[in-house]
Design a protein around this ligand. Structure first.
Ligand code: FES
Length: 107
């Protein structure tokens, strides 16, 4: 099972087992981690599941679709080249070791 490293704004890190086929948003919220709101439930319509993907992983993820890119304009904290919507990242074995940082806030 892929392991995902989630880094909180205070620097604390949690390693989470991630089921293949689920979204990164589901992995983080199901693990009981604070920091993801996911108001729209994963439909790429709220931007409250924003994460910063570790730079070394950005090019290893499937590229964001147009609706994700559009919604990334609405993040509560600064959008960077590492910004993604966690609901649009599908977990696979290729993502074992993925590191993502949670923003200070989602709203
Ligand atoms: S959960 Fe709403 S955009 Fe990801």
């Amino acid at each position: 099972m892929p392991i995902i490293h989630v880094i909180h704004p205070d620097g604390s890190t949690r390693e989470i087992d991630a089921a293949e086929g689920t979204s990164l948003m589901q992995v983080i919220t199901s693990a009981g981690e604070a920091g993801i709101v996911a108001e729209c439930g994963g439909s790429a319509m709220c931007a409250t599941c924003h994460v910063y993907v570790d730079e070394s992983w950005v090019d290893r993820l499937a590229a964001p679709l147009a609706n994700e890119l559009e919604m990334l304009e609405c993040t509560a904290t600064e959008r960077t080249s590492c910004s993604r919507l966690s609901c649009q990242i599908r977990i696979s074995t290729a993502l074992d070791g993925l590191r993502v940082r949670l923003p200070e806030r989602q709203q």
